[in-house]
Design a protein. Sequence first.
Length: 733
Amino acid sequence: MPDSDTTSPGLFAPPRTVQVLLPLPVPGPYDYAVPEDLEVPLGAIVRVPLGVREVTGVVWGEGSGDVDVAKLRPISEIKNVPPLTETMRTFVSWVARYTVSAESSVLRMILRMPEALEPPAPIRALRLAGEPPERLTPARRRVLEIMADGLARTPKEIAHLAGVGISVPKGLQNAGALEEVILPARRAVPPPDAQVEGPNLSGDQETAAASLGDAVDKQVYEAILLEGVTGSGKTEVYFDAIARALRSGQQVLVLLPEIALSAQFLARFEARFNAPPAVWHSGVARRQRRDVWRGVATGEVRVVVGARSALFLPFRELGLIVVDEEHDGSFKQDDGVCYNARDMAVLRASLESVPIVLCSATPSLETLVNVDRGRYRRLDLPVRHAGAAMPEVRAVDMTKEGAERGKWLSPRLADALTAALEAGEQSLLYLNRRGYAPLTLCRTCGHRLACPNCSAWLVEHRHRGRLQCHHCGIWSPRPEACPECQTPDSLVACGPGVERLAEEVAERFPDAAMEIMASDTLMGPADVAALVERMEKGEVDILIGTQVAAKGHHFPMLTVVGVVDADLGLDGGDPRAMERTWQLLHQVSGRAGREERPGQVFLQTFEPAHPVMHALVSGDRERFLEREKEGREEAGMPPYGRLAGIVISGTKESEVRALAQDLARRAPRGPGIDTFGPAPAPLSLLRGRFRWRLLVKAGRDVNIQAALRTWLAPVQLKGSLRLQIDVDPLSFL
Ligand code: ADP
Ligand code: ZN
C-alpha cells in the first residue's frame, strides 16, 4: 500500500521543512526546505544538495526546526519511484537499533541501486514503412523479408535475425524503408502464473499447505517453522503458499542461502509457475538488479528469490516471506551492518503484518527454542516423499580402520564406492576443504607457509600451481625451495583438500567419471548448474564436493555419501560447533538415497563416540538437541543468553591493543551483563589489519543494545582504527 500521509501543503508562510536521511556516515537526518511548488510525501526518495555535491536520500519526517528556515537549502528533485512505505522506514529504524548501527548505514543497504531510481529508457525500435529502395543488396532484402510481418524490432534484433551487420537496418531507416517507433520498456521478468496446478500433495503435505494457506489468507504476522526431513516436500508445500499469496495479489520474498542452489531451485520454480522468479544476489548483473529493484518498488515484480540482501528490497505489497534453510549461517552478514537476515526477516514480517515461513530439515536451536516458547508455530513433514527411506548412517572409526598413510579413504568407504560404481549408482565424497592441501611445510626446517597479511596458512591449489590465502586471496607460485632454509624440494603438502582427494580417487577408480564441486573450481552459478545437470543425467559417477555440494541438491541416482573428515569443524571455541557440524553432516547425508534406491552414509571419524556422531548414526536427534539446549542454558549462551562481539582492528597493533584495553576498562559489567577480553582475535591478522576482540554476554532480559550504545557511542576512531559491533555473532574468529 502506498503511503497516504504527506506533509501538509501549507499555503502560508513559514515554508515547510523536512528531515532527509542520507545513506552516508553523517550524524543523523538533515533538514531541507521544500520548494513552494513541490508535494513531498514522507518516504519520498529525493535528491538534495550536500556541500558541493548532490546526494540521494529519503524524506524521514517533519523538519526539526533547529536551523533557521531561510538558511536551509531546498530539495532539488523528487525521484520518480514510489516512496518508501512507513513499514519500510520503521524497519530501517528497528534494524539500526537492533544491530547498534546508524540508520543511515541501514538505509544505504536499501539505496544501493541508484540506477533503479531512473525510469527505464524507452526502447527504440524499427518497423516497416514506405516503399523499399529500388536496388536491394541481398542483406537489405533479407532484412525487409523479416520485417514484412510489420512487427517492431530493435536494430540489434533485426541484425541478429537477418544475420547482417547493424548498419543494414540503420541504412534502410535512412532510406525511408524502415521507421523508428518508441516501445515501452520491457518488463523485468514475466509474471508468474499462480493458476498452474501443483502436484497432488500427500496427506501431511496437504495439512501443512492448508495451514500455511490460512496464514497467507489472514494476512497477520505469524512465524511458522516448516520442519521436515530432506526430501519430504517442504519446497512443494511452500510453493503452494506462494501461489496462494500471488492469487490474492501479494508480493512474495524467498530467501535462500546459497547462490549455487539457485539453478536447480530456479528451474523448479519456473516449472511450477511458468516463469522464472526475479533473482537478487550480488552475482546478478547490475542491469538486471536495477530492473528487479524498480519492479519490486512499483509492484511489477511479484516474487523475488534472493540472498540475504533481498530483505532490503522496497516491497510495497509484501504478503509472505519464506526463509529456506533457515539454520544456514550464510544468512548472517558479519561486516558493515552485522545482521542475521533470518531474524530480520521475522522482524520485517511482523512490521508488515504478514506470515513468515522458516524451512529446514535441521532448524537452528534458536528457532526450536522459539517454538518451545510458543512464539513460532511448528508444522511437521515427518516422511520423505513417495516413501523414500532415510539413508543408513554408519561411523567409520579411523583409529581402527583408517586409510593407509598419505591416503584418505578407509577400506570400508572405498568398498562402498566400488559397489556403487558396479551398480551404476552415484557417490558423493564430502570434504569441506578447497584446494590440494590446507598446509605446506618444510621437511628440513619445519617452516610453515603462511599468509603475510592474515594469520592463516597458505592453501595449495595444485592444478593452478599456486599457494593461496583463503582469507585475503593473495597467492604466489609454489616455490621450488623452502623460503626459510632454502633447501630445494623440501616442501610437503599436509592434509587433504578436494584436489588431493580427487588424485586418490582417480588412482583407485581410473574408469570412474569424477568431478569436483567447490566454489573455486567452478567459474560461477552457470558452471554449478552445468555440473548439477551432468549429475542428474548420470554422467558423473563420483562427485567430490565442499559445502556447495552438500546442500539442497536432489540427485536421484546418488546412493553413497562419504564424509571424509567428519571431525572437521568440531574444534575451536565456537559455542555452536556441535550444532553446526550436526546440521551440516545431516544435510550432506540427506543427499543419499532420495528416490527408490536406498542410501548409505559413511562418517569417517576419529571420535565415533562423540555426541554428534552418535546422534547422526542413531538418528536420535531429539536427545542430541535436548543436550545441546541444556548445555547452552547452563552456560547462559544463546538462545538462553545474549552475546555481542566487538572487534577492534587497525594497521598498527599497538593502537588496536590500546583501544581494546581502554574499552575493556569501561566495559559493561554488572548484574546480568559481563564483558570478556580484550584478547587478540583467533584471526589476529586479516588483510593486513590487526584484530582484537571483546565479547559481551548478557541475560535475555538485559537490553544489550542500550548497554553497547552507552559504552561505545563516545568512541572516536582515529587513523586506521575500526570498531565492529556484532550482535548475536555467529563467527568468533
Ligand atoms: P524438501 O524441500 O523437503 O527437501 P522437496 O520439496 O525438494 O523436499 O521434495 C523432494 C522431491 O520430491 C522433489 O523432487 C519434489 O518435486 C518431489 N515431491 C515432493 N512432494 C511431491 C508431491 N506431492 N508430488 C510429487 N512430487 C513431490
Ligand atoms: Zn591472507
